[in-house]
Design a protein around this ligand. Structure first.
Ligand SMILES: Cc1cc2nc3c(=O)[nH]c(=O)nc-3n(C[C@H](O)[C@H](O)[C@H](O)COP(=O)(O)O)c2cc1C
Length: 144
């Protein structure tokens, strides 16, 4: 909504490429669940808004996953969940919502969910890139 998730995703994509991986950044706006039929491993990078909701541009994709319930059994994914601890009841729930529904639909998460707290002092793209470097090793270990 204010660009943080996009900056994190861009820097993570650039780091993947610098390390010799193919990586593509897709904004969620026009996506539907068929995106998960693509080859590769998915990294969902999302903020949190409203009452612990996904941001506006992720609503269509998230709601379609919840409603259509496609099988994601061949999908492997990670999550970078941005939030703010000031919203303690719903901290990073946007990313956690994606994690929950994708798990229910049979997808396999690699690694722990990366969380970033906007009320702290850590720079979001630094947190995301550091986490993603470790995630690459976990992908290797998982053969993904
Ligand atoms: C109106 C508003 C509502 C928010 N609601 C939540 C929330 O419920 N839970 C949470 O963890 N963060 C919440 N946040 C914090 C954002 O998710 C966080 O600042 C994030 O880094 C913004 O990413 P973006 O720049 O990609 O939109 C909210 C922020 C705003 C401005």
């Amino acid at each position: 909504m204010t660009g943080t998730a996009e900056i994190v995703a861009e820097d993570v994509r650039d780091m993947f490429k610098e390390n010799g991986h193919e990586a593509e950044l897709l904004l969620m706006d026009d996506l539907d669940p068929s995106v998960f039929q693509r080859q590769g491993t998915f990294l969902v990078c999302t903020s949190t808004y409203g009452q612990g909701d996904v941001p506006d541009n992720a609503m269509k994709l998230y709601n379609a996953l919840e409603k259509d319930r496609p099988s994601l059994k061949d999908v492997r994914y990670g999550v970078i969940a941005l939030g703010d601890r000031a919203y303690n009841e719903t901290y990073t729930h946007g990313g956690q919502r994606f994690d929950k529904v994708m798990g229910e639909l049979g997808a396999t998460r690699i690694g722990q969910v990366c969380q970033h707290d906007a009320s702290g002092t850590d720079v979001p793209e630094e947190v995301g890139v550091a986490w993603a470097r470790a995630w690459l090793k976990e992908l290797d270990a998982a053969g993904a």
